[in-house]
Design a protein around this ligand. Structure first.
Ligand SMILES: Cc1ncc(COP(=O)(O)O)c(C=O)c1O
Length: 382
């Protein structure tokens, strides 16, 4: 049910790409979007009491801009950067509504997606009256396709897995001179994915600000779910920088992937932590996390900053979804999908289960009655 590895490569990490200063500039840009609102930070205090923890806080991205996931934070920043370059508008003067008014149809964006990223790209392209072409891997549900079509984008389902669908999007971008806006990177494609991961820092910045405003304890532990690691790397880079001199103990970080797509865990197991890919069908109900290739832009943050890498079965995310939907009396009900709920399912499991693997993992993660655990519910129920 769970594989885990204490990270032998862990060391202090200061990222020039993912830090508080950059996050706050980007949040300033996000705040210019007319519909922008903070998502809620929720407390699962009754569950925390039950599990013998001090607090559990959940940053609830199910409510992000009515899109049901955090991903639009990355694509909104990337499209703003691309349009500001193309139209020679300084980023400081960038105005989403003015682009729609004065510069409609300036660019065509293409991406491959398991669902959430594509919805984000389609939405922000529509808001700025630009064009979006969205490719989805085989097996994608008609419901996900329909949500993208409803945002005015073109949407096609390929007969390839996620990673090969990304390559197809790259080929189409080259053929038609469209701009690839992909939420993962490779050796020759890093600038746009860097912007996307930087955009994700906004949710971490909001979360820490919300804790401070409410005079709540800062996290001692964070659990992040990962596909290629674009989200986890951005958020972790921010948190390491933000909490460096504030948390009483160094932040303890657990990364979680689906068992069939554990490219980060496998990479951490390599002697030099050189990224390795997982190939094949990568089947998991955690569609947003079913990715076999590590994002090289965010890997250095995850390689250095993660305390424990884990890979888990679908069963654990079902447990997490159930706990969010049917919480202990007094805790809020939270809508969470398979890629959003896995960290709660894992937390609950390692705190309750009496098998050796779970008890060992709880001990390795250092959970006890003083622990303040921060989770990100990255998507709403489908
Ligand atoms: C709901 C959800 N959570 C988390 C992620 C994080 O994925 P990644 O590690 O690829 O950034 C994704 C990516 O699509 C997602 O859709």
């Amino acid at each position: 049910m769970i594989s885990s590895k204490i990270n032998p490569h862990r060391k202090a990490h200061h990222s020039a790409l993912f830090n508080v200063a950059i996050a706050q500039q980007i949040r300033g840009l996000h705040e210019k979007m007319p519909q922008y609102r903070n998502t809620p930070l929720l407390s699962l205090q009754n569950l925390a009491d039950h599990l013998g923890l001090k607090h559990i806080y959940v940053k609830n991205e199910a409510d992000r801009l009515s899109l049901g996931a955090f991903k639009v934070l990355g694509s909104a920043y990337a499209l703003a950067r691309l349009l500001s370059e193309k139209l020679a508008i300084p980023l400081a003067d960038f105005d989403f509504e003015q682009i729609a008014r004065d510069h409609a149809q300036s660019m065509v964006f293409i991406t491959a997606t398991a669902g959430n990223h594509g919805r984000g790209v389609a939405w922000i392209a529509r808001e700025m009256k630009q064009n979006a072409v969205i490719l989805m891997p085989k097996g994608s549900s008609q419901a996900s396709v329909d949500k993208i079509l409803a945002l005015g984008a073109k949407c096609h389902v390929s007969d390839l897995n996620y990673d090969d669908t990304v390559r197809l999007a790259q080929q189409l971008a080259e053929r038609y001179q469209w701009v690839l806006v992909q939420d993962t990177a490779w050796e020759t494609y890093q600038e746009i994915p860097t912007w996307i991961s930087q955009g994700y820092m906004t949710m971490a910045d909001e979360a820490i600000q919300q804790l401070l405003y409410m005079d709540l304890a800062l996290p001692s532990h964070v659990m992040l779910q990962a596909g290629v690691g674009a989200m986890a790397g951005g958020v972790l880079g921010y948190l390491l920088d933000r909490l460096e001199n504030t948390a009483s103990a160094p932040l303890t970080v657990m990364l979680t992937e689906p068992q069939q797509a554990a490219c980060l865990l496998h990479s951490a197991q390599q002697p030099q932590a050189i990224p390795v890919a997982i190939t094949g069908a990568l089947e998991s109900i955690m569609a947003g996390l079913a990715c076999g290739e590590v994002n090289p832009v965010t890997w250095p943050v995850l390689r250095d900053g993660t305390s424990i890498f884990t890979a888990v079965s679908d069963q654990l995310t079902l447990r997490g979804m159930d706990l969010y939907a049917h919480p202990i009396a007094g805790d809020p009900i939270i809508s969470s999908g398979p890629s959003g709920a896995v960290t709660l399912g894992l937390l609950d499991y390692i705190c309750r289960a009496k098998d050796n693997a779970a008890m060992q993992l709880k001990q390795d993660f250092g959970l006890n009655q003083d622990s303040v655990v921060l989770l990100f519910n990255t998507e709403a129920a489908l």
